[in-house]
Design a protein around this ligand. Structure first.
Ligand code: ATP
Length: 488
């Protein structure tokens, strides 16, 4: 990260806290690592991102429906899905500092160090060696690489490492009041399994015909050992996932379609296309026959925001085996090749899985601008969030010009009409210029000022966030003007 981008990222984090977007969790107790709370503006922005996703996926597609499954699930589900045995990271402890690290992260930091000092051949060689060891799950080789590279513990600066061991990322807890009778259950590490186990319930009750999708937004929990980059890697986070069930043999075609459709969803917000790229997985997970990530260029480099995975029939077949219940679909359509119905089969699945918190950070970073407004006469600047109006936490702010002459009452009367439809803020403190700046900082697209003329002809001035231009409009047209810009 260059000094400039480092500075920008720090400023965005500070801004997020100062303006009520994101707070460190349990802050008065010095925080809880890798857990964050969303403040009054953050909660609004997050809800708006969810709505944008839900409308694009569920409302606009008549063959996709949404569900909300429980976080706690039968423990066998995580055995069937492979998470109990395979959802782990290779960890190594430093014997002197007693601190634990992800072995691959230590090596990746070293690769980045080589890259930063233009030793690209060393970086490439280490990358190849590390990828090979990870692919073969060769834990001793990972340790060897750490020792060969002389990687020291960032705290104790010693190279006194334990062996590399696999560390499961699922949080577990007990159900039931009496420990002996209770069972270990897990906090779900992904929302997808709640969709798979409800596949038949939804298909039958909704009379869904293949191809069809089931979408869900919800919390997921992972005991991430490396907590860094703010809300990029959290222990409690939210996912927006959609599983699309298709006829076997058609998965490639649907995979390509969803890969394209999902990128378009990102770009429709007006984000510069050059900031996005696809990353194809060369090391495929055991369940996948194709996988692409959609990556965004954060100030600290390109990072995955969303994964599109062709998951084959792995999950449904596993649940069929572990539950003993048939997870099949009867397809009455006639196969032109055989002239017979396709009949019973376990559907194949294309998954689109986006991290809501990463999307939130992407949105914030992309919108954040420190704008220089200096003229020859005076120096001036503002911090503005150029959020897409449909995502803005507050759609309009209403200011009475002064606190007297009936202006506050008139302003509140206008607000009361608008607030049924839009999230509106009322502000009467400080000079108008200062109030504009506060609204710019949270991305409010419109500021409406009520003045003495309003009392005479019921017109107000409306000031646009991006251009800072003002115009005088009839107050009874405000709902249309705001609605036109902030609607989806
Ligand atoms: P990474 O490689 O960055 O750990 P992943 O490949 O494990 O991510 P998936 O299991 O595919 O991620 O989850 C889908 C999405 O959920 C990711 O694209 C990401 O946006 C989000 N996500 C995953 N782990 C976290 C986390 N710990 N904190 C916040 N978001 C996360």
């Amino acid at each position: 990260m260059s000094a400039n981008t480092d500075e920008l990222f720090k400023n965005v984090i500070a801004h997020a806290k100062e303006y009520g977007f994101v707070f460190p969790s349990s802050e008065i107790y010095d925080g809880l690592s890798a857990v964050y709370d969303y403040g009054q503006n953050g909660a609004e922005l997050k809800n708006n991102i969810k709505t944008y996703w839900w409308k694009a996926m569920v409302q606009l597609n008549d063959n996709i429906v949404g569900i909300d499954s429980a976080i706690f699930m039968h423990p066998k589900i995580w055995k069937a899905s492979g998470h109990v045995d395979g959802f782990s990271d290779p960890m190594i402890d430093n014997k002197d500092s007693k601190k634990r690290y992800r072995a691959d992260q230590l090596l990746e930091d070293k690769i980045a160090e080589y890259d930063a000092s233009y030793q690209t051949d060393l970086a490439e060689r280490l990358q190849i060696e590390m990828d090979k060891a990870l692919k073969n799950e060769d834990l001793p080789r990972l340790k060897e690489l750490i020792l060969e590279e002389g990687i020291a513990c960032p705290i104790s600066k010693t190279t006194n490492w334990t062996d590399v061991r696999q560390f499961n990322l699922m949080f577990s807890t007990q159900v039931g009041a009496v420990a002996e009778e209770s069972d270990t259950i897990y906090l779900r590490p992904e929302t997808a399994q709640g969709i798979f186990v409800n596949f038949l319930n939804v298909q039958k009750s909704g009379r869904m015909k293949i191809p069809f999708g089931i979408a869900q937004i919800g919390k997921a929990f992972r005991n991430e050992v490396i907590a860094r980059q703010f809300i990029i890697r959290m222990r409690e986070f939210e996912q927006m996932e959609m599983q699309f069930f298709v006829r076997p043999g058609t998965q490639r075609e649907w995979f390509n379609k969803w890969k394209e459709t999902r990128l378009q969803w990102h770009l429709a917000l007006g984000t510069d296309a050059a900031k996005y790229r696809y990353h194809e997985h060369t090391k495929l997970a055991h369940y996948a026959d194709a996988a692409f990530d959609i990556e965004f260029e954060f100030p600290f480099g390109f990072k995955e925001v969303e994964g599109i995975h062709s998951r084959t029939d792995f999950d449904l077949s596993q649940h069929q085996q572990y539950s003993g219940k048939k997870m099949q679909y009867f397809d009455p359509e006639v196969d032109p090749e055989t002239g017979k119905p396709y009949g019973n089969y376990v559907p194949y699945v294309i998954e689109t899985s986006i991290g809501l918190d990463r999307m939130f950070l992407l949105t914030l970073i992309n919108a954040y601008e420190e704008e220089d407004l200096s003229t020859e006469e005076k120096q001036d600047s503002r911090t503005v969030l150029r959020l897409h109006p449909c995502l803005a936490p507050v759609k309009a702010a209403i200011f009475p010009l002064t606190k007297k002459d009936g202006l506050p009452e008139k302003a509140r009367e206008i607000m009361d009409k608008l607030k049924v439809e839009f999230n509106i803020q009322y502000e009467e403190k400080d000079a108008i210029g200062k109030r504009y700046r506060r609204q710019d900082a949270i991305g409010t697209p419109f500021c409406i000022t009520v003045d003495h003329q309003t009392l005479e002809d019921n017109t107000v001035t409306i000031r646009h966030r991006d251009s800072m231009q003002q115009e005088r409009v009839p107050a009874d047209q405000l709902d249309r003007i705001i609605g036109d810009l902030v609607s989806w």
